[in-house]
Design a protein around this ligand. Structure first.
Ligand code: ADP
Ligand code: MG
Length: 453
């Protein structure tokens, strides 16, 4: 029964919303008029209930008229975690550095691993699913299939997180494995130090005796000739012994300038995967998971779920910025003792929001929407109120509200001098239709994507 309904729901609210909000729910059945769903977290349940509760209820009631209410439950563990009162200062999220035991020497340990960077805390979405899958495979520690694994992507997209996750996983599965993680900069530093201390033999024997070598931000050695040379030899020695190497960089191997060609081709010889910039759904997923962590710290703070959508829309693809914003928001709200809503968010994060403001203009939105619905621009901003023009006009207004930071009066002015209440009405109408009308939801999704490109 639920299975059959899911299709309809997907059509109604659009595939993306469906995937994000409905798919993770487990339907447990109906009992004395109450349909029960298991939600992954409390927050998730509250959100779905507020935003899709009515829709869900009417869908379920259409096949099972006895159902009058929906209840979302969460498993006990998650609820306890959220409830557990912890002092804010205790949970100040300072990672405890875990020094790696390097079997060989005091001189050349690896870098500490961040406890928070595990596979459990890594949120997977379209933009990073390939990189995540490759990382998982390597972390299984089976026979070496691709060597090296080369992960690349822009700042704050999770390269370091994934590498640490691999290291943690390998350590758990095979405690005897000698896993060495460090940044290319640290590699250079250690190399120079070994040269200076005349301990190159130690250096070589340590780096050639690891089972898994991970070098983060390898672009750093570009233009540093002797470090490159040493890196090349280390690399070859390990590959010859069939040891796993994992490398990250902020760009693809052939885009790293001042890198010796033989190194470049070595780096390309395994599996090269990139982490794409985050999209809206991934940002939302990450925010949800980070919110749970914040709620454990501040159990009494109320947060309006729309804040997450707002942030996912408005903040850039860099996850670090997203995290920082959320941390600041919770700290701020707890200090001033207010609920976290859109107003508070705009106040508290004004600088962050301005910095990552979209470059999309109202004119651009009007042009794209007119194109999409096959009407003229003059009809979009003109006075005619027939549905053929009015609906695209409302869609454009809605997108202007979502994608730019223009106020309602400003938007109204650009739509042939309309009043701000007209804009507000249009935006509301589309918000409703987005839930009821799958076609509109799909149109919005396509338009948003083309506009964000
Ligand atoms: P990079 O090394 O690519 O610059 P990091 O791995 O340091 O980026 O990630 C920056 C921050 O964003 C870290 O706190 C990390 O935990 C977080 N982060 C990035 N991607 C994800 C993700 N998919 N899920 C959860 N957290 C993420
Ligand atoms: Mg990094």
């Amino acid at each position: 029964q639920w299975g059959a309904l899911q299709n309809d729901i997907c059509k109604t609210i659009g595939q993306n919303n469906y995937k994000v909000w409905i798919e993770p729910l487990n339907y447990e059945g109906a009992e004395s008029g109450v349909a029960i769903f298991q939600a992954p977290t409390n927050f998730f349940g509250t959100y779905v209930s507020q935003n899709y509760g009515d829709m869900l209820l009417s869908q379920i009631a259409s096949v099972n008229p006895s159902v009058r209410r929906i209840h979302f439950k969460t498993d006990v563990d998650a609820r306890e975690a959220v409830k557990a009162p912890r002092a804010p200062q205790m949970a100040a999220e300072v990672p405890e550095p875990v020094q790696q035991q390097s079997s060989a020497s005091d001189l050349l340990p690896g870098a500490p691993l961040d406890k928070r960077f595990t596979f459990d805390t890594f949120v997977v979405g379209k933009p990073n699913e390939l990189a995540h899958a490759a990382a998982r495979r390597v972390a299984e520690g089976g026979p070496v299939t691709f060597n090296p694994l080369f992960l690349y992507g822009g700042v704050g997209l999770g390269k370091t997180h994934l590498m640490h996750a691999i290291a943690w996983e390998l350590r758990t599965r095979q405690p005897n494995l000698n896993v060495l993680y460090l940044s290319a900069e640290q590699f250079m530093y250690r190399f120079v130090q070994a040269l200076r201390d005349r301990r190159m033999m130690d250096f070589k024997s340590i780096f050639r005796s690891v089972d898994v070598l991970m070098v983060d931000d390898v672009q750093f050695i570009a233009g540093k000739d002797s470090t490159q040379e040493e890196f090349f030899h280390t690399f070859n020695a390990l590959v010859d012994q069939n040891k796993q190497i994992i490398i990250s960089a902020d760009r693809a191997p052939d885009e790293i300038k001042d890198l010796e060609n033989r190194i470049r081709s070595r780096l390309q010889s395994g599996l090269v995967v990139d982490l794409h910039p985050t999209d809206y759904e991934l940002r939302l997923g990450i925010l949800q998971s980070k919110v749970e962590a914040q709620r454990a710290i501040y159990p009494n703070l109320e947060i309006d779920p729309r804040v997450l959508e707002f942030l996912a829309h408005r903040i850039s693809t860099n996850v670090r910025v997203l995290e920082g914003a959320l941390t600041r928001l919770f700290a701020f709200a707890s200090l001033v003792g207010r609920e976290i809503n859109i107003d508070l968010t705009q106040e508290c994060l004004a600088d962050v929001l301005r910095a990552s403001e979209r470059k999309v203009s109202i004119e651009e939105i009007q042009r794209r929407v007119a194109e999409h619905y096959n009407i003229r621009l003059s009809e979009m901003v003109g006075p005619k109120r027939v549905r053929t023009f009015a609906r695209p006009r409302q869609v454009a207004m809605y997108l202007c509200k979502q994608l730019t930071s223009r106020s309602l009066p400003e938007i109204g002015r650009k739509f042939g001098g309309r009043d701000h209440t007209t804009v507000m009405h249009g935006v509301r109408r589309i918000e409703e239709l987005k839930i009821q009308d799958g076609q509109i939801a799909e149109d919005l999704e396509i338009l948003r994507r083309t506009l964000e490109e």
